[in-house]
Every structure is written in C-alpha cells, then in structure tokens.
Write a protein of this length. Structure first.
Ligand code: PMV
Length: 327
C-alpha cells in the first residue's frame, strides 16, 4: 500500500489573498497560476498495519516540526476518511527548493501527498474532485493538480471552488526564472496573512478591480501578448503586497535582496529585455520572460548579491503518480 507522486509548485499571476471561509479555504477571488517545471515535491506514502502512528519526514531535514506533522496528519485523516481506511501512514517528502520562501511548497507538498495517498489506498478521483480536495488541505494546492496554466475559480462554496486548466502546457513558452533569495523560512505564515487581509484600507479597492484585471490577464494570455501580460502581473504583485503592508499588523515579506532584484528587473526592461517580476508571500522573486530570454535573465539574477541561486521553470503538467519511491 505504497505510492509516490510528483506535484509542481505554481506561481500566481493573479493572487489569492484573503479567504471567504478560513476552514474550507474558499477564497475571496479567482486566481491564475502557472505550474513550475523545476520546482516540485515528490512524496511517498505507505499505509500499513505495522505503523502505530503517522510519521512524516522531509528529505534533508533531521527533525519534522510538530505543526507540520499535525497538518500532514490532518490531511491523512481526510484521505483515510474518503478511502474508508483506518491505517496509519509513513510519509517521506522531498522538495527541489527551500520551503516557505515565496515558492509554493505547501501547494506542491499537499498536492503530491493527496495524489500519492489516494493511489496508495487505491482510490481514484477525477481531476475536479482531487482539486477540490486539495483546496481544503492548502488553498493553492488545488492549482497544482491540473496541467499548465490554471484558474482557481472561487465559486460559491466548498463544492465548486477548484482549479482548472485554462491554457495547456504548450500554449505559451514563457519561463519563470526564480531568484531564490533566502533559505530561511518566513516569519509570518500566509495563513495569518490571509486572515488579516481585509484589515487593509485598500482591500475593497483591490477586490473591486479584480474581475476586470482577471479578464484582461486571460485575454493577454490567450493572445500571447507578453507586454500587456507582464504589466498586469507586476502591478498585481505590487497590489497584493500593498495589502500586506497596510494590514494590521503590517506584513513585509521582502528582504533587501528582494528589492534589489525588483530594481534590477526594471532596469533590464529599460535596457530592452522583456521581463517582469511577481512575488508571492516571501522574499523570492519570480521573473517572467520568454524562453529565448531566459538565459540572459538567469545570468542577471545570478549576478545580484544576496541571490542564492536562480532556477528556470517552464509551464508543466500537474500532479501525477510516480514510480520512483523515496523509501
Ligand atoms: O496557499 P497559501 O495559503 O500559502 O497562500 C499563498 C498565496 C500567495 O502565494 C501569496 C498567492 C497565490 O495565489 O499563490
């Protein structure tokens, strides 16, 4: 009763920031993302009568934090409930990138856990049901299930809030060159950030402009209009971080290197290189450019002091079963 799965992290072009329901993780607004080919999580799950409790380990880390174990165990409870099983599980998981630094490790982590867990218990779910299930585990995990470019439709409640492909992997050969800025985990979790989003005096203004922005973004993506797309995603990232900064308490996810990268990207653009940044809830910066320009962007980012390394990602398929087990 062992199975493994791989799930990509994803980068949001329109951000999910604020929940309509904190328990089921139904969001306030639709969001749009791209799966990241080179930033992913592999998870192996084994259910067995020989285990008398759940165990979780991250490859490369000596101890698992209590709150991480509790969250994974709660997810396993939901998997067991759906599968009608009462067996404990051993979970081993491995990321290709550091956790909680503005790269969606909970998305790839929980999406891979769900796919591996259900396969191990021989339960097969359709994509929509799997995405709905993953949303309840960790909101953005619902966007790591479908392929390519994904929209998470907020929906009217927990039964119709899920991610679906809006453009396939091959629709557009853009890249996300991620500047990993620190391996230190962020101090304020995004769960806490979502909870205070509406304390910002600008939150209502953000919400009122969101549907128009969403429509313009999808139009730009449909026509592969890179300049229009880039302007929208950069403005959207700044909009979300303006909400963070003006929430009570104020949240600043950036480090000095984050700002250095933002400025360098603006400069590179003025010098004629078509690239735009976006930032999730952490200090890492995602720089979006064409496949052709990705080498130049990579070289620029690797040259900035404070950037630990930069990684080129292409659009890719969503979560899937893997035959390679971690134990
Ligand atoms: O999935 P969470 O709760 O960590 O939310 C993170 C949300 C952002 O990454 C900041 C934006 C997004 O839509 O991915």
């Amino acid at each position: 009763m062992k199975a493994s799965a791989i799930a990509p992290a994803n980068i949001a072009f329109i951000k999910y920031w604020g929940k309509a329901d904190p328990i089921t993780r139904v969001p306030q607004n639709n969001s749009v993302s791209m799966n990241l080919s080179d930033m992913y999580t592999t998870t192996t799950v084994e259910f067995s009568e020989t285990y008398d409790q759940d165990s979780v380990s991250f490859v490369g880390e000596k101890v698992t934090k209590d709150h991480e174990l509790r969250r994974v165990s709660r997810a396993l409870d939901l998997i067991r409930e759906k599968a009608g099983s009462n067996l404990y599980a051993k979970v081993v998981t491995k990321n290709t990138f550091p956790k909680a630094t503005g790269i969606a490790s909970s998305a790839s982590g929980f999406a891979s856990l769900a796919v591996a867990g259900f396969r191990a218990l021989d339960v097969s779910l359709e994509e929509k049901e799997l995405s709905l299930f993953c949303r309840a585990l960790s909101g953005t995990a619902c966007r790591s299930i479908p392929d390519g470019f994904v929209e998470w439709v907020a929906g009217s409640g927990p039964d119709d809030s899920f991610g679906k492909t809006i453009f396939d992997v091959d629709h557009w050969n853009i890249c996300d060159v991620v500047a990993i800025v620190t391996t230190e985990m962020k101090k304020v979790s995004s769960t806490d950030g979502h909870a205070i989003a509406d304390t910002s005096p600008f939150y209502e203004a953000r919400m009122s402009g969101l549907n128009t922005k969403l429509a313009s973004l999808k139009e730009a993506m449909r026509h592969r209009n890179f300049e229009s797309f880039g302007r929208i995603i950069e403005a959207e990232a700044l909009n979300m971080h303006a909400i963070c900064l003006t929430s009570t308490p104020s949240l600043l996810y950036w480090s000095p290197t984050t700002v250095a990268v933002m400025k360098r990207v603006t400069q590179a653009r003025q010098d004629g290189l078509a690239c735009y940044y976006t930032i999730d809830a952490g200090p890492s910066v995602h720089v979006i450019c064409s496949e052709d320009d990705s080498k130049d962007v990579l070289a620029i980012l690797n040259n900035i002091e404070g950037v630990e390394r930069a990684v080129v990602n292409r659009p890719c398929r969503g979560a899937h079963v893997s035959e390679e087990h971690l134990f």
